[in-house]
Ligand binder design. Structure first.
Ligand code: GLA
Length: 661
């Protein structure tokens, strides 16, 4: 059994039957069955259709949809329909609409038009969730609950009066007293000392830079406020249907929500991923977000939405070339997804997403899109046995939302060019190119499963983080501008890397960010020259700390750039290509790529359980040496081991031959 009650891998998408006359539903289910669809997400934006007036429900159409789907063997990821409050709620309680940082209350007419802290909104969502749970608790199609939709997509925060009150309550719980808040926020700076809680407000648009400690608490609060919305609905679903898994769809590597705490509240991690076909790094970014999803609960997850081809919300919406939908779907499976789901099943005829691709396009069944949908359904069935298989990674990349929020505070940092997603990618990309499996991990966790832990940046670093890193028995790499502040965004005494100083054996005297386009040469002790961009530091190495590379030229000439103390390496700069350092670290830790060395460019290799996925993202054939013989699950072809040629955008899923005892 997989993530839901549906066996094998899941295949399907968002289904919006309320946008179509009922005759069309018959064709929908027939074509779904033909494509092998076994799960659809229903009712995501259906609140105004399910509850057209307060407390007056119209479930008849949804009953018919669920019955019809069930008759055709299709299970349902049933949404609680709370992603768009209906017009009657908004008109009766205009204060449920969110307010932006400039004080404008946003109008009805799109989606997610709610204030996360609104008690009226929360109560109404819980009422609807209960009504749905009670109605469908025993429906045989019900496989999973889908709470709301993509929290923080349009409304990540709200600056209204209600939110201000909620923020104050949250601050009181965190800081206990006003003195505690004044100290934590450093309000002696710029005359911000508060003498009454009512003076404390969200960080609305102000004449100049907002207090970064206030902003950090605001980001924590905003993530928690949305999480409270999720948890309120989840509680009622669990009460009525304790055995049905509950999820809400995440948005890949998203800054707004601390997904570590969110995932802990979910039964199943699900993700919506929309790699841009026009982005040359699309596959690497997708792989990073899939690895994050797998790491959140350290178990299989589900790609709940992806685009069959073009989306409709970028400035230029490039479609996927033939074969790319399949390859990107296989990539998600390779990284631990237990299925492939799309937005959406049937392409809309109206609304902002009428040009968004779908499994069944406007042109119907005579199209390339439909043929690729059918073929993908067949591929997913061929891979059914992969469901539930897990990934063993020896490398962990650290990701901490507090640190991310602190690092990206506007208008107060030495440079605004340090962006956490990019810093993660700078390490992740070369690991991915080498076929090395990577988990993401929060810094305070026990890291003993990993031979190599990389912290691309830990701007905010607590004593607890430092202790967890010091206790890590394997190798550790820490990137620049780490150990700078504590949990309240206050600079550690004695300078960076603060609580990591003893572990790393270095002290930073000065940040030296580089202007755009300026580079700094760094030379390793064996003479390899690296180019650093964006960031350098004036570093002092303590006695007993080895210097692995020094700056060459400029004011830092001859000073340490990369150091090592014991198993801990510190980088004070951002090398354009960290490959030479990375290869040395991997070799020292005894880590190799899952498909061995020499993976051709553009080929991705992932091991999931015993299955080896080889994906050629390139437009030319590529030859890979198989580390073992087996069978390609996609074609049924036996493969003897040794060289195998992958066609352009083609893949092999190798099931190794069982070894004879
Ligand atoms: C997200 C949303 C969907 C849809 C798609 C379009 O995934 O959850 O409702 O808007 O984006 O790409």
């Amino acid at each position: 059994m997989g993530l839901t009650r549906v066996p094998g891998l899941l295949f399907g998408g968002d289904y919006n039957p309320e946008q179509w006359p009922e005759e069309v539903w018959q064709e929908d289910v027939r074509l779904m069955a033909e494509a092998g669809v076994n799960l659809v997400t229903v009712a995501v934006f259906s609140w105004s259709r399910l509850e057209p007036a307060p407390g007056a429900y119209d479930f008849g159409w949804l009953d018919r949809v669920l019955d019809l789907l069930h008759e055709h063997g299709i299970a349902v990821d049933l949404a609680t329909a709370t992603a768009t409050p209906p017009p009657w709620l908004v008109r009766a309680h205009p204060e449920v609409r969110p307010v932006d940082a400039g004080g404008t209350r946003l109008e009805f007419g799109s989606r997610q038009g709610y204030c996360p802290s609104s008690p009226v909104f929360r109560a109404a969502t819980v009422r609807l969730a209960r009504a749905l749970a009670e109605r469908y608790r025993a429906h045989p199609a019900l496989a999973m609950w889908h709470v709301s939709n993509e929290y923080a997509d349009h409304t990540a925060e709200c600056y209204c009066e209600e939110s201000a009150r909620d923020f104050r309550r949250w601050l009181q719980a965190r800081h206990r007293s006003l003195d505690g808040l004044n100290t934590a926020w450093g309000t002696s700076c710029w005359g911000q000392h508060y003498t009454d809680w009512t003076q404390v407000e969200p960080p609305r648009k102000a004449p100049g830079p907002v207090n970064p400690a206030q902003l950090l608490d605001w980001r924590r609060f905003s993530s928690d406020a949305l999480l409270a919305c999720f948890e309120a609905e989840r509680a009622v679903l669990k009460e009525v249907t304790p055995d049905v898994p509950v999820t809400t769809n995440f948005m890949s590597v998203l800054r707004d929500l601390d997904y570590w705490s969110w995932a802990a509240a979910e039964d199943v991690v699900t993700d919506d991923a929309y790699p841009d076909p026009a982005d040359p790094r699309a596959e690497v970014k997708a792989a990073l977000s899939y690895d994050l999803m797998r790491s959140l609960k350290r178990q299989p997850w589900l790609l709940l939405e992806s685009a069959p081809s073009a989306v409709s919300w970028r400035a230029v919406n490039v479609p996927k070339d033939p074969g790319v939908m399949r390859l990107h779907s296989l990539q998600a499976l390779a990284h631990g997804s237990d299925g492939v789901m799309f937005f959406q099943w049937r392409q809309a005829r109206y609304g902002p997403e009428k040009f968004h691709s779908a499994m069944l396009p406007h042109g119907g069944t005579g199209t390339r899109q439909w043929r690729e949908t059918l073929a993908l359904g067949a591929d997913v069935r061929r891979l059914a046995e992969v469901a539930g298989a897990t990934t063993a990674a020896e490398v962990a990349l650290l990701l901490d939302w507090d640190s991310w929020w602190g690092l990206e505070a506007p208008e107060s940092m030495p440079s605004d060019r340090l962006r956490l997603h990019e810093l993660l990618l700078s390490w992740y990309a070369p690991l991915h190119a080498r076929g090395v499996a990577v988990d993401l991990a929060p810094p305070g966790r026990d890291l003993s499963d990993y031979r190599l832990v990389i912290a691309p940046n830990l701007y905010l670093c607590t004593a607890g983080h430092a202790a967890a890193l010091a206790a890590h028995p394997g190798r550790l790499v820490v990137g620049p501008f780490s150990g700078v502040v504590d949990a309240a965004d206050q600079v550690h005494d004695g300078g960076a890397p603060g609580p990591l100083r003893d572990l790393l054996g270095v002290r930073v005297e000065e940040w030296r960010p580089l202007p755009d386009g300026v580079t700094q040469e760094v030379v390793t002790t064996d003479g390899t020259s690296l180019t650093a961009r964006t960031w350098t530091e004036w570093l002092e190495a303590a006695e007993g700390t080895e210097v692995l590379a020094r700056y060459r030229g400029g004011p830092l000439h001859g000073r340490p750039a990369v150091t090592r103390r014991g198993a801990a390496t510190y980088l004070s700069c951002l090398p354009e290509d960290p490959a030479p350092l990375l290869d040395e670290l991997l070799a020292a830790a005894g880590i190799t790529g899952v498909a061995g060395p020499g993976l051709p460019a553009g080929v991705e290799a992932c091991r999931r359980g015993r299955y080896l996925f080889l994906l050629n993202h390139g437009t030319e054939p590529a030859t890979v040496s198989l580390p073992e013989p087996g069978t390609d699950l996609l074609t049924g072809r036996p493969l003897p081991g040794g060289p195998v040629t992958l066609g352009p955008r083609d893949a092999v899923v190798l099931k190794p031959r069982p070894t004879t005892p």
